[in-house]
Design a protein around this ligand. Structure first.
Ligand SMILES: Nc1nc2c(ncn2[C@@H]2O[C@H](COP(=O)(O)OP(=O)(O)O)[C@@H](O)[C@H]2O)c(=O)[nH]1
Ligand SMILES: [Mg+2]
Length: 240
């Protein structure tokens, strides 16, 4: 969980992550499929130099450690990409899921990501906001921006994804083992997607719910990040 100045939502999202039932029932007629699987939860929170009071909340939690929860501090703000890279380094589990610290994504969807993963459909599952799941309105600029970046991804990498920029990226650890991730800011989404596809992993998508927030509620991504995403998609098409 990358966190930057999320005082208003941090406690609520962590409570939701901790509360969610992680029992997954893989379906299918493969006799080798396990029965119900209960995933163990490990939450790695990376605070990226927050200055709005988020640190004080985290300080209090660090004073009374919760098993299965790590809290890591960046000395200064370095961007969502840097925070994710720190988180990936510290996570010890077999499966990783990215969880933003706002309330746009719903942890109850984790099982939807884990089910096809366990069924062996792919070691990489993306939760898509554009497959008919329940959602609040997304602004027109964000909708067009997301669709455009997804089309650029599909053209460059020969895929037919519906949501490249989704925060709900779930993958087995080995998918990113040894992967040199360089992005500091929001270009981490196209970089991860590009490198996963170049390693030859198919990305399996499932519908998830989405409760988008507006800029005045703290959303930070903007049109400059769109340009940077396009540059990133082109760059990693040709270099590693
Ligand atoms: N680490 C880090 N995280 C950030 C930064 N900006 C946003 N985030 C976090 O990254 C996630 C996504 O941010 P958000 O503004 O919701 O972006 P969007 O939903 O992709 O537009 C949230 O958990 C933020 O706290 C930043 O500069 N550094
Ligand atoms: Mg967000």
């Amino acid at each position: 969980m990358p966190v930057y100045n999320e005082r208003a939502t941090l406690e609520e999202i962590v409570q939701r992550v901790q509360a969610v039932d992680l029992t997954v029932n893989p379906q299918g007629d493969n006799p080798l499929l396990p029965g119900p699987v209960v995933f163990e939860r490990e939450l790695v929170i990376v605070d990226d130099g927050s200055t709005d009071g988020t640190r004080e909340i985290l300080d209090a939690w660090r004073a009374h450690p919760t098993p299965g929860m790590q809290i890591i501090y960046h000395a200064q703000n370095s961007g969502k990409g840097a925070a994710l890279r720190t988180g990936f380094q510290h996570a010890t589990g077999d499966v990783l899921v990215v969880q933003d610290a706002d309330l746009e994504y719903d942890p109850r969807d984790y099982v939807k990501l884990l089910e096809p993963l366990l069924e062996g459909r792919s070691p990489v599952i993306y939760g898509s906001r554009f497959m008919g799941g329940p959602r609040s309105a997304m602004s027109l600029t964000h909708t067009l921006g997301n669709k455009f970046l997804t089309v650029v991804t599909n053209v460059l990498y020969g895929t037919s994804l519906s949501d490249m920029e989704t925060c709900y990226k779930c993958f087995r650890r080995e998918v990113i083992d040894g992967m040199a991730l360089r992005s500091r800011a929001f270009e981490i989404e196209p970089e991860l997607t590009a490198k996963i596809l170049k390693r030859g992993y198919p990305i399996f998508e499932v519908p998830i719910s989405y409760n988008g927030r507006a800029f005045h509620e703290g959303k930070k991504i903007g049109w400059r990040d769109g340009f940077s995403a396009v540059r990133t998609l082109f760059k990693y098409r040709f270099v590693d």
